[in-house]
Ligand binder design. Structure first.
Ligand code: NAD
Length: 693
């Protein structure tokens, strides 16, 4: 298939390239653009060249579909295109509209002129993958937009509207419409003027405050992104743009290679691909039909119900919120209204937008008001008998084809489905708290859930801007099942001699957003207590006693009650050590005959993290998660696992499973069978992904 159209209009060669949806630079596109540039150079009809991206988009950079294949490195490279455009004797004009990112912008920077639509968005997002723009971006951008703007663009990785760059040398002509026609016109004027072509590499960077600007940027990124090497390397490379071009390029190239090897960039790239992989389900092809979801109902207007309703309202979908009692319904509606009010106060939303969203919300106490919703999400108490009653009613009232979803955190979705006559329409949609903020959505596939319902729910997740991961049915699915082991380990460490502060400090130094005890206090210690009580009934002899239960007996449920593992003084969110807890733990140790010992931070971290890894291995082997990387995404987007470590399974692969298993045995644990097998075979978890794909 041809990706490039070559035409000559008024003595101007137009190279229009296309590779839907975003004109990414696949091997075929690179090869055809390179050939077209050569042709234009030799074409006696062409006096200048316009490079144009078809379909309303200039170019989004490298083609991620080629990553991991030999085509990535197959010549002609991006470098070749950039060199060919910049060294061309005939003027080369980039006609830019839509998006112009990464390698796409690096090509545009090397063109001699740029005609840009005012609403185009330009950016160099490489820092988000722990890299820097390595095809001259760090050298050419500062030469065209100045050091300060280049620092902002390269360090944030965010695209910038062209209108904000209008006064810089990056934009020779800002246009409102017809970018191609205007670029051809512009090229004709350039030809008529007959001036020598300007080359970005030949511009001098003239910034008297270069050192001070770079130092300020270094101080900022050291404070805001201490665990990432890429921002500092970006700054070094931008500072080197003051040198002759080739010397600056050497700094850029050396930094790029170092970053490519860095564990942080490997983790960020792993996450980038894992998020995309999570959307693919082996036996549910992309062609699976999906149901239209244009309206929703939510049952239960508590913490989760209100948050879930907001997710739909934000996506512009009408929601009916159903409660069993008027006062609970009123509280739920106020919760939604308050969330929007707070956004208006913070200027994240206009009063008009708030009114539009609130207008999509209908409160009700009656099931007849929700019968026509395309999806209903149940978020009532975590109690099987309550949920069974709700689903039996839904089965009676909902229109045929409606998706019946439960937000349960731990309960058996298959048992819930069985109370209906349409188990194929029942699915778990496990949102995380606060539902309107957290990115993760665990989509729980019941044994009877139809492929159509699964595909429709995955599509809905995109509409709601969630990162969806499919989980099978088990107690706690992926995330909560793993956090159960992690919590148990945190409590065992406490019982053996560590304090909540020591354990939290070790976990936070490793990079967790918050340590386990601060997390328990925030979420409410009573949640774990309820789950432990249920599990003891279901599995007698599982675990007889826990210091956490003693804490709950005292009514210390966490921040909500001003006391948990820490004391929370009124209006003060800082956690203080609690004497009550010290005495409680000491009494517990005496009662159980546990002599306290000093446990170092490394052991604390290894036991916490490897408890996740071991349970993750079981989850993977049982097929509850399809890939190790799905488990990583759950932990990164739902549980505050440090992003630069790439998730628990990726972290374990980096350490090496042999070493992980050896350490587990030092703690007298039995490594999960899959982990033991992989460790013995010298293989990582990601080889299991390949078998699943
Ligand atoms: P909540 O107690 O804040 O809210 C539950 C609401 O359901 C209450 O307003 C209650 O009046 C209402 N309700 C109870 N029975 C009802 C019925 N028969 N019909 C209509 N309404 C009824 O609870 P929550 O924290 O929002 O949790 C709801 C569900 O979400 C549970 O299954 C829970 O496990 C799950 N969940 C909770 C969290 C969390 O962090 N809170 C996170 C993920 C999932």
């Amino acid at each position: 298939m041809s990706h490039v159209d070559y035409t000559v209009q008024d003595s101007i060669a137009v190279i229009a390239f296309g590779n839907p949806p975003v004109n990414s630079l696949s091997y075929a596109v690179r090869a055809e653009i390179a050939a077209a540039l050569d042709y234009a150079v030799a074409d006696p009809q062409a006096r200048a060249v316009v490079l144009y991206g078809k379909g309303g988009v200039f170019c989004a950079g490298a083609d991620i579909r080629e990553f991991g294949t030999s085509d990535v490195r197959r010549p002609p490279s991006l470098w070749h295109l950039i060199g060919a455009a910049e060294s061309c004797e005939k003027p080369v004009v980039a006609a830019i509209e839509g998006i112009c990112l990464g390698g796409g912008l690096e090509i545009a920077l090397a063109c001699h002129y740029r005609v840009v639509a005012a609403d185009a968005r330009l950016g160099l997002p490489e820092v988000k993958l722990g890299l820097l723009p390595g095809a001259g971006g760090t050298q050419r951008l500062p030469r065209l937009v100045g050091v300060e703007t280049a620092l902002n663009m390269i360090l944030s990785g965010e695209p910038v509207p062209a209108s904000l760059l209008a006064r810089t040398a990056l934009i020779d002509c800002l246009v409102e419409s017809d970018v191609l026609a205007k670029a051809v016109q512009f090229a004709s004027q350039v030809v008529a003027r007959g001036e020598p072509v300007p080359r970005t590499r030949e511009r001098r960077l003239n910034e008297p405050n270069l050192a001070a600007l770079c130092q300020f940027a270094r101080n900022t990124v050291r404070a805001t992104a201490p665990n990432y090497p890429a921002p500092l390397r970006c700054i070094d490379a931008i500072e080197a743009a003051a040198k002759p071009f080739d010397a600056g390029i050497e700094v850029e190239a050396a930094s790029f290679l170092a970053l490519l090897e860095s564990s942080q960039s490997q983790a960020l790239r792993h996450i980038f691909f894992s998020e995309r992989a999570a959307a693919r389900i082996a036996d549910v092809p992309e062609s699976t039909p999906v149901r239209d979801i244009e309206s929703a109902a939510v049952i239960g207007a508590g913490t989760m119900g209100a948050g879930i309703a907001i997710c739909f309202l934000n996506a512009g979908l009408p929601v009916t919120l159903l409660e069993s009692k008027q006062d609970a319904l009123d509280r739920g509606i106020s919760r939604v209204a308050e969330a929007y009010e707070s956004q208006v106060r913070k200027k994240k939303l206009t009063p008009d937008q708030r009114d539009q969203r609130m207008a999509l919300l209908s409160p009700t106490l009656s099931y007849s008001a929700i019968a026509h919703a395309d999806i209903v999400i149940e978020a009532v108490f975590e109690d099987m008998s309550v949920k069974e009653k709700v689903f039996a009613t839904l089965d009676e009232v909902m229109k045929p084809g409606a998706i019946l979803a439960t937000n349960t955190s731990t309960l058996d979705v298959n048992q819930i489905a069985k109370v209906t006559r349409r188990p194929q329409d029942v699915i778990g949609t496990h949102f995380f708290s606060p539902a309107n903020v957290m990115k993760l959505l665990e989509v729980v596939r019941g044994s009877a859930t139809s492929k159509e319902v699964l595909a429709s729910t995955m599509k809905l997740a995109k509409t709601l801007r969630k990162t969806a991961v499919v989980a099978g049915v088990c107690d706690g699915f992926i995330g909560n099942r793993m956090i159960g082991q992690y919590s148990r380990q945190a409590l065992t460490l406490l019982e053996e001699g560590s304090s909540p502060q020591q354990i939290d400090a070790a976990a936070e130094a490793f990079g967790f957003a918050m340590g386990p005890f601060r997390m328990f206090d925030l979420a409410g210690n009573d949640i774990g207590w309820q789950i432990r009580k249920r599990q003891r009934i279901e599995h007698p002899g599982l675990e007889q006693s826990s210091v956490a239960d003693d804490l709950c007996e005292l009514g210390r449920f966490g921040q909500k009650t001003q006391g948990g593992w820490y004391d929370y003084r009124a209006g003060d969110r800082t956690a203080h050590a609690s004497k009550v807890v010290e005495d409680l733990v000491a009494a517990y140790r005496v009662k159980r005959g546990i002599p306290p010992r000093d446990i170092d931070a490394q052991e604390i971290v290894d036991r916490l993290v490897y408890s996740l890894v071991n349970e993750g291995a079981r989850i993977l082997e049982e097929g509850i998660a399809a890939r190790a990387s799905d488990i990583d995404i759950v932990y990164l987007t739902g549980y505050g696992f440090p992003v630069w470590r790439g998730g628990p399974m990726f972290h374990a692969d980096r350490i090496g499973l042999f070493e992980v298993a050896r350490r587990m045995r030092q703690f007298a644990w039995t490594p999960a069978p899959l982990l033991a097998r992989l460790a013995a075979a010298g293989q990582p978890f990601n080889t299991v992904d390949k078998r699943a794909a």
